[in-house]
Write a protein that binds this ligand. Structure first.
Ligand code: NAG
Length: 136
C-alpha cells in the first residue's frame, strides 16, 4: 500500500514539473514573439530548427544560421549589446520564469562571453535552457 501511495505522489510531482517547464517555454515564446520572424528571415534560418531548439532543447549540431538567429534575438531583446556586454536585469526578465532563485542561477552560471556574438548567444541560450529545465 505504501509503495502505491509513494508512486502516486512521485507521478503527480513529475507531471506538475512538466507542466511548469511548458509554462516557461510558452512565456519565452511570448517574449521573443515580436522579433522571431524578423530574426529568422535576417539569418535565413528554418523556423522548425528554432522551434526544436526552444521546445525540445536540441542544442547539439546546430548550424551557424541558427546561432546567429539567437544573436539577433538577444540583441533585439537587449540581453547583450553590440559589444557583447550582458544586461543582468534583462537576462532575468527574459529567462521565462519569475522565480528569483532560478533567475539567480541563470545570471550566475550563464554569463558567457565570446568575441563571436553568435557563439555567445548560443552558449547563453543553451545554459539558460538547461539551468531552468533542471529545476522544473
Ligand atoms: C549545453 O549545456 C549542457 C548543460 O550545461 C552541456 O552539458 C552541453 O554540453 C551544452 N551543449 C552544447 C552544445 O554546448
Amino acid at each position: 500500500m505504501m509503495r502505491i501511495v509513494l508512486c502516486f505522489i512521485f507521478i503527480s510531482a513529475n507531471c506538475e514539473a512538466r507542466g511548469k517547464f511548458a509554462a516557461v517555454i510558452s512565456q519565452y515564446q511570448d517574449t521573443i514573439k515580436e522579433y522571431r520572424d524578423i530574426c529568422l528571415e535576417e539569418t535565413d534560418t528554418k523556423p522548425n530548427k528554432l522551434e526544436s531548439l526552444l521546445n525540445h532543447g536540441v542544442y547539439d549540431k546546430i548550424d551557424d544560421n541558427l546561432k546567429c538567429c539567437l544573436r539577433c534575438l538577444y540583441l533585439k531583446l537587449k540581453i547583450f549589446d553590440e559589444t557583447g556586454k550582458i544586461s543582468e536585469e534583462t537576462m532575468r526578465k527574459t529567462s521565462g520564469t519569475e522565480n528569483l532563485e532560478v533567475q539567480d542561477m541563470v545570471v550566475s552560471k550563464c554569463q558567457f562571453r565570446n568575441a563571436n556574438l553568435c557563439e555567445q548567444a548560443f552558449d547563453i541560450s543553451n545554459c539558460t535552457y538547461y539551468t531552468v529545465k533542471n529545476v522544473y
